[in-house]
Design a protein. Structure first.
Length: 214
């Protein structure tokens, strides 16, 4: 399996593992993700990952026969899912202004605690830029994230809390772009205030539509 291996083939490999094998594979992925967050993908070696996860070289290549490239793709998939999971159940329940505020607070709190070693930092690193499979995973993440925000806006429209004339997809895209910009600045500088501003102003813009209508 090369760098352009299909996710389906990877899924079949995982399905053929025993429960213990799947647990070991997941432990390697999570350990690799932690190592990459701390050291960066360029400085992380297979030896570093083996040391952190207490696995042998034969074990590592049993689960990832194509080596680091295949492991990085699995890490990208894990980190992508982590980005969504960290926002739940709030991201899927944007049905009131209080719910939007709770989601905002959860996002800010997560990035405050994770800082520059956040999952998106891994996806925005060399993994996402140089691995075609990882680029597809990141693109899928953005679609899921955008759709969840847009669904929340439509829920508010259904309740009459946001006017129907508001383009839910475009508003969600703007809010997500603001979040990504804020996270990018956080990764580069350690300053969380830009992410807070993007969320606060994005949600305030939605509320302003409702105020004007009312």
């Amino acid at each position: 399996m090369g760098p352009h291996a299909s996710p389906t083939k990877m899924d079949l490999q995982v399905q053929n593992l025993t429960a213990k094998g799947r647990a070991t594979r997941q432990r390697i992925i999570e350990g690799a993700a932690t190592e990459i967050r701390e050291r960066g993908v360029a400085l992380t070696t297979l030896e570093d990952i083996m040391g952190r996860t207490r696995t042998s070289k034969s074990q590592l290549f049993h689960y990832f026969p194509d080596g680091k490239e295949q492991l990085l793709l699995a890490v990208a998939a894990f980190e992508s899912q982590t980005v969504i999971d960290d926002q739940e159940p709030h991201l899927s329940a944007l049905t009131s202004w209080a719910a939007w505020q709770r989601w905002r607070d959860v996002v800010v709190d997560r990035y405050r605690r994770q800082g520059q070693n956040c999952p998106i930092a891994v996806l925005m690193s060399e993994i996402g830029r140089s691995t075609a499979g990882a680029q597809a995973i990141t693109a899928e993440l953005m679609v899921k994230w955008h759709n969840a925000i847009a669904s929340g806006i439509r829920s508010m429209q259904d309740q009459g809390k946001v006017p129907g004339r508001v383009d839910a997809d475009r508003s969600a895209a703007a809010l997500l772009a603001g979040i990504q910009g804020g996270v990018g600045i956080l990764i580069a500088t350690g300053d969380l205030s830009y992410l807070e501003a993007a969320l606060d102003e994005g949600i305030a813009a939605l509320r302003a539509h409702a105020t004007v209508t009312g």
